[in-house]
Design a protein around this ligand. Structure first.
Ligand code: PLP
Length: 341
């Protein structure tokens, strides 16, 4: 499937193939985990069909983004490797790029604004990357990243809209097919769409009958609003428990919009209360620590939002990097509600 776009005077084609995803798997498998696919008794009982959780929380950085970042860095030329890489991120993308760069001995600078909490900065520094704090916002961080790219020749690692990144995330689809060949329904969190687009592309290429469902939060679902508009649209960024799903898809999106449009069967939105309930459920019933963005698939299942559910079902549980106090408060509120209910 090709997404062809005219850009200026020339034609650029941006797409990925199943072969790209197989290649990514060959390249990254010595560096990232083949994560467990754990049966969920609680969700099985609730839905009346078998449900499995794909635990990307078990990656070393606590989220799947190491897959795409590692594949991107492994595809640098020797010259690019020598110049180093830049990412703009306060979250899991920054952690993924930092960890991949450290493993491969590549210089990495992660740019972020000064309002980023100290623990996040420390987390990325601990993974071995340089952190550059500029101005107060993502926009300021972007200006500095641009400068490093334009003036110092460093290489940008995009969080999703990149063939090597999306192919890296797509390797989760190959692991699912290997571990659960008869999977019928796959539920995936969606932000920029590298994760959902890459996985859906892999699944549908091998087995077009698998139903692939994307889930975002109601508060700022950039990809879902873009799919509904038929083109990338801007969204206002608002606070949400699913902070790792925030941000736009890029008005000049060249890859992941097409992937999500072509390969996702449907999309679902979940509320803040539903996300909180899913985080509490995962902690209390499954003994799993999962961040808001990683919980949206379970939120969709818990609330019966996937109609005519057919199993076996696999839910991508994409990350665990949640502030401990935030998770504590959510679980405490749930226990309180149960005690009073
Ligand atoms: C980045 C991220 C996502 C979304 O991935 P996209 O490729 O941007 O759609 C989902 N969950 C977690 C935990 C993430 O860090």
């Amino acid at each position: 499937m090709n997404g062809s776009k005219t850009k200026g005077d020339f034609m650029t084609t941006t797409s990925i193939t199943l072969q790209d995803i197989h290649q990514a798997q060959d390249s990254i498998q010595e560096h990232v985990r083949h994560t467990p696919l754990a049966p969920s008794q609680s969700l099985g009982d609730l839905t009346g069909t078998s449900v499995f959780l794909k635990l990307e929380t078990m990656q070393d950085i606590g989220a799947f983004k190491i897959r795409g970042a590692m594949n991107r860095l492994l595809n640098l030329t020797d010259d690019e490797r020598a110049r180093g890489v830049v990412a703009i991120s306060t979250g899991n993308h920054g952690r993924g790029v930092a960890a991949a760069a450290k493993k491969l001995g590549v210089r990495a600078i992660i740019c972020m604004g000064s309002l980023v909490p100290e623990n996040k900065i420390a987390g990325i520094k601990a993974l071995g990357a340089e952190v550059r704090i500029i101005g107060n916002s993502q926009d300021d961080a972007e200006v500095e990243a641009r400068r490093l790219i334009d003036e110092e020749g460093m290489v940008e690692v995009h969080p999703f809209d990149d063939v090597h990144v999306a192919a890296g995330q797509g390797t989760i689809g190959l692991e699912l097919l290997q571990d659960l060949p008869d999977v019928r329904t796959v539920i995936i969190p969606v932000s920029g769409g590298g994760l959902a687009g890459g996985i859906a592309m892999a699944l549908k290429s091998v087995s077009p009958g698998i139903r692939v469902v994307g889930v975002s939060m109601e508060r700022g679902p950039a990809m879902i609003e873009s799919l509904q508009a038929g083109k990338p649209v801007p969204v206002e960024e608002v606070a949400t428990l699913a902070d790792s799903l925030g941000g736009g898809i890029g008005l000049d999106n060249k890859l992941t919009f097409d992937l999500c449009r072509d390969y996702l069967d449907e999309t679902i939105l979940v509320s803040e209360a539903q996300i909180a309930a899913a985080m509490a459920h995962l902690f209390l019933e499954e003994r799993l620590v999962v961040e808001g963005g990683g919980s949206v698939g379970v939120a969709a299942l818990l609330n019966g939002l996937v109609g005519d559910l057919e199993g076996p079902v696999a839910v991508i549980v994409s990350g665990r990097n949640v502030d401990t106090r935030k998770l504590h408060d959510i679980v405490a509120a749930e226990l309180e509600a149960r005690a009073n209910g």
